[in-house]
Design a protein around this ligand. Structure first.
Ligand code: 3PG
Length: 210
């Protein structure tokens, strides 16, 4: 599990979090990000066409690693498995999700914001977590504090991350990558400005990827 997630997240550094409103945008949007160098994506189940969007992205862009995000229930986890998710991301956790995730062939990046949630996941064998909502939950300071009692845990912080603070997170030893919606600005998506998105992705990839 940990190894699978590491092989995905460590090649990422920055993971765009997508909420796709129009299914026709799915492939050109994902292609712009992947061409720009951001090959790991999280597509959230926050829109009606999300599952169809993921199906299309997986078919058109086999080189991309696609995580299904905003998974709240085991039923949604199952849907993510069916559309070929490479990993599942949750904003928070429940016992039911932890239990389902342990048995699933698709690894889960569970969302936690506190040490207690982290400890609950730890009991189930989880070692990699999404830290959400990062900025609102203490940001860099909280992650530094988590490293005291549980230094082995690694995080992908999301929620309030942007070009200005990403570096501070990525500098932490327990951060493997960061995520967020800042890679897909609404104005560029609405204008179908895929070149603009590719350019933004390229700038971010060049700045943060090693
Ligand atoms: C997520 O689910 O990861 C967040 O909604 C992303 O947060 P952001 O919009 O603040 O980047």
């Amino acid at each position: 599990r940990t190894t699978e997630l590491d092989s995905i997240c460590l090649k990422a550094e920055v993971i765009p979090v997508l909420a796709i409103e129009r299914v026709e945008d799915a492939v050109p949007l994902a292609r712009a990000l992947v061409d720009g160098g951001l090959t790991v994506l999280e597509v959230t189940l926050r829109t009606d066409c999300a599952l169809e969007a993921i199906r299309r992205i997986n078919e058109a862009l086999p080189q991309a690693s696609v995580g299904v995000g905003t998974v709240l229930t085991p039923a949604q986890y199952r849907q993510a498995e069916r559309v070929g998710a490479d990993f599942v991301v949750t904003p928070g956790t429940t016992e039911a999700l932890y239990r389902y995730g342990v048995e699933s062939p698709v690894p889960m990046l569970p969302g936690v914001a506190t040490v207690s949630e982290l400890m609950a996941g730890w009991q189930y064998g989880y070692r990699r977590f999404k830290f959400f909502p990062a900025e609102a939950s203490g940001g860099v300071k909280a992650l530094k504090a988590f490293a005291g009692p549980i230094p082995e845990a690694r995080f992908c912080p999301t929620g309030g991350i942007n070009l200005d603070n990403a570096e501070d997170y990525l500098a932490l030893k327990n951060v493997m990558c960061v995520g967020g919606s800042w890679l897909t600005p609404k104005s560029l998506v609405a204008a179908e400005d895929w070149n603009g998105i590719r350019q933004l992705a390229r700038e971010v990839a060049e700045r943060f990827h090693h």
